[in-house]
Ligand binder design. Structure first.
Ligand code: 5AD
Ligand code: SF4
Length: 435
């Protein structure tokens, strides 16, 4: 029987969230409708992440749980980076999986569903350039803050990372396609666009670079805010830094992963930046945009990381004064160079370092948030809060702000930030001056 309803569950990065939205639109265009949960879906798509070990294991155990009490199960598609990495092997690991579809093959999802209905178990992990974007229908719905993937893949080959293998080589979507999609998103209600790419600041097309793209998108009426993620320090050009000082709609927030504060470890990671060049970039950025909130990613326990290396990581957290940061225990990914390096770090050591790093990050996050108490700013309302009358939105610095207001999602309101927690702020709505 042809499936009538679907549920897509996305894990991992924002690019997966974006892909999940586009797959939903694609299935919607086939006449299928979204189910509330996996229990009442005829088709369940697991849009998986392969970046760390547990994520893949979780995907398989989630698939296992889809067996229903009466013994039946929905059609199951394994999508995303686990699908790309595992390929046909996924069907062997779980007999419940009907479809295996890699991140560059989503345009084929409807026909693969039809094949699965006929009893086949199709696998597609090809990587044709950009084909999937052309197949997606035009965007008709958008969140107040909407994702737009402009670039995919990675040529950097950090020694710990699977992304170059799962998402393929760096590739940029064409200028016109991006501009058209941005217009469609704004027409559909987006006030903010978050440009996405594994190396988004490496975007380039027909001699134009990422800073040119941002400046062009900033001219779209009705679009109030532009953000982007994730950036590689090596592609942080002067032009992009200058845009932060000049383009008002470009929000004062920069996610710039450093991974480690030790040059020895950075070299072993093949990061192509040093502590010094990274700090110089941050300094230039602060000169262009003094209030920029800097965020980052860290890996603790990379093979060979000594206590002195780790100490250097703690030091860079304080030197940068991160407004937020994500930190992870190193996870050996099969096929990556680091997985076969000597001196893998014991789990207990990683646990201890992660805890200390996170404490240091939280301190920095807290002091950044405290520094904003009393500041008059604007909040883009995104959704309802837990309490009656409370709404949650984002400050320009990407802080989550709780505020009592009648304003609805998509509205940008004037707010005074009045209290700070480690992960969010409280805001007080300011009355607009009478006209
Ligand atoms: N182990 C742990 N963390 C990793 N990341 C990427 N690969 C690994 C790995 N093998 C982290 C990096 C990256 C973020 C998206 O995930 O910090 O910036
Ligand atoms: Fe996970 Fe990276 Fe794939 Fe995103 S690109 S889903 S973070 S492995």
């Amino acid at each position: 029987m042809n499936p009538k309803t679907f549920k897509i569950k996305s894990f991992g990065c924002q690019m997966n969230v974006y892909d999940g939205e586009r797959m939903a639109e694609l299935l919607g265009a086939q006449g299928m409708s979204a189910a509330a949960g996996t229990d009442d879906a005829d088709l369940v798509v697991f849009n998986t992440c392969h970046i760390r070990e547990k994520a893949a294991e979780k995907a398989y155990s989630d698939v296992g749980r889809l067996r229903r009490e009466d013994g039946s199960k929905p059609l199951i598609a394994l999508a995303g980076c686990v699908a790309q990495a595992e390929g046909a092997e996924a069907k062997r690991r779980s007999s419940m999986i009907d479809i295996v579809v890699g991140p560059q093959a989503y345009h084929r999802l409807p026909e693969m569903v039809a094949e699965a209905v006929r009893g086949a178990r199709p696998v597609d992990t090809d990587m044709p350039a950009i084909a999937k974007f052309d197949a997606f229908p035009e965007r008709r719905r958008a969140n107040p803050s909407a994702f737009l993937t402009v670039q995919e893949g990675c040529d950097k080959f950090c020694t710990y990372c699977v992304v170059p293998y799962t998402r393929g080589a760096e590739i940029s979507r064409p200028w016109n396609d991006i501009v058209a999609e941005a217009h469609a998103l704004v027409a559909a209600g987006a006030r903010e666009i978050v440009l996405l790419g594994q190396n988004v600041n490496a975007w380039t097309h027909d001699g134009r670079d990422f800073a040119d793209l941002i400046r062009a998108l900033a001219t779209i009426d009705g679009l109030a805010r532009i953000r982007y993620t994730t950036s590689h320090p090596a592609d942080m050009t002067d032009a992009l830094i200058a845009a932060h000082g000049e383009v008002e709609k470009l929000m004062p927030y920069l996610h710039l992963p450093v991974q480690s504060g030790s040059n020895r470890v950075l070299k072993a990671m093949n990061r192509s930046h040093s502590v010094e060049t990274y700090l110089a970039t941050i300094e230039k950025m602060r000169a262009a945009r003094p209030d920029i909130a800097v965020s980052g990613d860290f890996i603790v326990g990379f093979p060979g990381e000594t206590e002195a290396d780790f100490d250097a990581t703690l030091q860079i957290v304080d030197a940068v004064r991160y407004a937020s940061a994500y930190s992870f225990k190193y996870s050996a990914r099969p096929g990556t160079p680091a997985a076969s390096m000597e001196d893998q770090i014991p789990r207990t050591v990683m646990d201890d370092r992660l805890q200390r790093l996170q404490a240091r990050i939280t301190e920095n996050q807290m002091s950044f948030n405290r520094s904003k108490i009393g500041v008059d700013t604007q909040v883009l309302i995104e959704r309802k809060g837990r309490h009656e009358g409370q709404m949650i939105g984002r400050s320009p610095w990407l802080q989550s702000v709780h505020v009592e207001t009648a304003a609805q999602p998509g509205e940008i309101i004037d707010v005074t930030l009045v209290a700070a927690g480690p992960n969010s702020m409280t805001g007080a709505a300011r009355q607009k001056a009478a006209a």
